[in-house]
Design a binder for this molecule. Structure first.
Ligand code: SF4
Length: 341
């Protein structure tokens, strides 16, 4: 749930999820519709499907016990190198590195890594650095770190990386202490709360005596990234066809974006189209004004969804409002539903 999503957003979802699906077996056996409903509104729905696929694999291959071996964790659906590293270091205190956006920012600034962090060679350099740091942490005494600032302080007091440039710059030769779990959490939290993308709080950062970017007044130069893809505008028309208090809906097929979710029938139209009647066939739009317009974003797409009441000779699945409320729908179509209640 926390991939690409903030903790405060996740908390209510997590609590509902754990009430409904309290263990791996319950998740493995749950109907997909229930899982999607619990995830509704959280986005990136492949995570929910992967979580269930992983639970099934754990039940089948690991007797229902979450594996404690890095390679087995990495083999679970939906878990890549970063997530496997985070699980194994944070939960099991193993010396596995992590490299997300926050850690990349901290390391590239602190060690003055100038290459484009999206490029293979620089990315490999950052992974190697993260690996070296956590390996050093492993051999040192276990630390019980009370909170974020303490974690950051531990890094500050003990952070060292004996690359020539860093040693020359800082003149420090202390060794890193702390355990793997504390180190990785500290790096993540420092990136999230202190070393932010814009206007990092260098004056209160415990790493500032050692940070190459800060010491050389080049914080804005790190991390070096490729320009973001340009945003693309898209326009969709959704049709609300109602008969005897039931609405025509469709389920998105498996394997496409938001597969398994329910939605009102809709089409994509050209941004400039003014003749909606011909673009809308076999739907006939009723009235000239939309019921509502919904704007939302998916990745670099900025989407406008215009919603019209309509009629059609097309047949399909008809659901009442209460039936629709019990089905998983994407956030945009949930908003349409609220206009109908
Ligand atoms: S000193 Fe500034 S740039 Fe360097 S790690 Fe701390 S917050 Fe980031």
């Amino acid at each position: 749930m926390l991939q690409q999503t903030q903790v405060k957003t996740v908390i209510p979802y997590w609590e509902r999820w754990m009430t409904e699906l309290p263990d791996i077996k319950a998740l493995a056996q749950a109907p997909l519709v229930k899982i999607l409903k619990l995830w509704e509104g959280l986005g990136y729905y492949s995570r929910a499907r992967n979580a269930q696929a992983a639970a099934k694999l754990i039940v089948e291959k690991h007797d229902g016990v979450f594996p404690h071996n890095f390679q087995d964790v990495l083999n679970l659906p939906g878990i890549g190198r970063y997530t496997a590293g985070a699980i194994c270091s944070i939960a099991f205190n193993m010396p596995t590195p992590i490299l997300d956006g926050n850690v990349t920012r901290v390391l590239s600034r602190c060690f003055g890594i100038a290459g484009n962090v999206k490029e293979k060679a620089t990315n490999a350099q950052l992974w190697n650095l993260a690996q070296e740091l956590v390996k050093r942490a492993e051999s040192l005494p276990d630390l019980r770190l009370a909170g974020i600032s303490d974690c950051a302080l531990q890094i500050a007091e003990n952070f060292s990386y004996d690359r020539t440039s860093f040693a020359q710059h800082t003149g420090k030769s202390t060794s890193l202490s702390g355990n793997c779990s504390a180190l990785n959490q500290s790096l993540m939290e420092l990136g999230a709360l202190v070393c932010m993308p814009h206007q990092p709080d260098c004056s209160s950062c415990p790493l500032n005596p050692y940070c190459i970017a800060h010491q050389t007044n080049r914080v804005d130069n790190f991390p070096h990234t490729a320009p973001r893809p340009q945003t693309v505008q898209r326009r969709f028309i959704a049709f609300i066809v109602e008969r005897e208090q039931k609405f025509l809906v469709q389920q998105r097929p498996a394997g496409v974006v938001n597969g398994g979710f329910w939605e009102f029938p809709n089409i994509e139209v050209d941004l400039q189209t003014t003749n909606l009647d011909s673009a809308s066939k076999p739907f006939q739009i009723l009235g000239s004004k939309p019921l509502c317009k919904i704007r939302h974003s998916i990745m670099h797409y900025r989407i406008q969804l215009e919603v019209y009441r309509a009629d059609t000779s097309k047949n399909g699945t008809w659901k009442s409002l209460s039936q629709l409320q019990a089905l998983p729908m994407t956030a945009a179509h949930q908003k349409i539903l609220k206009h109908l209640v």
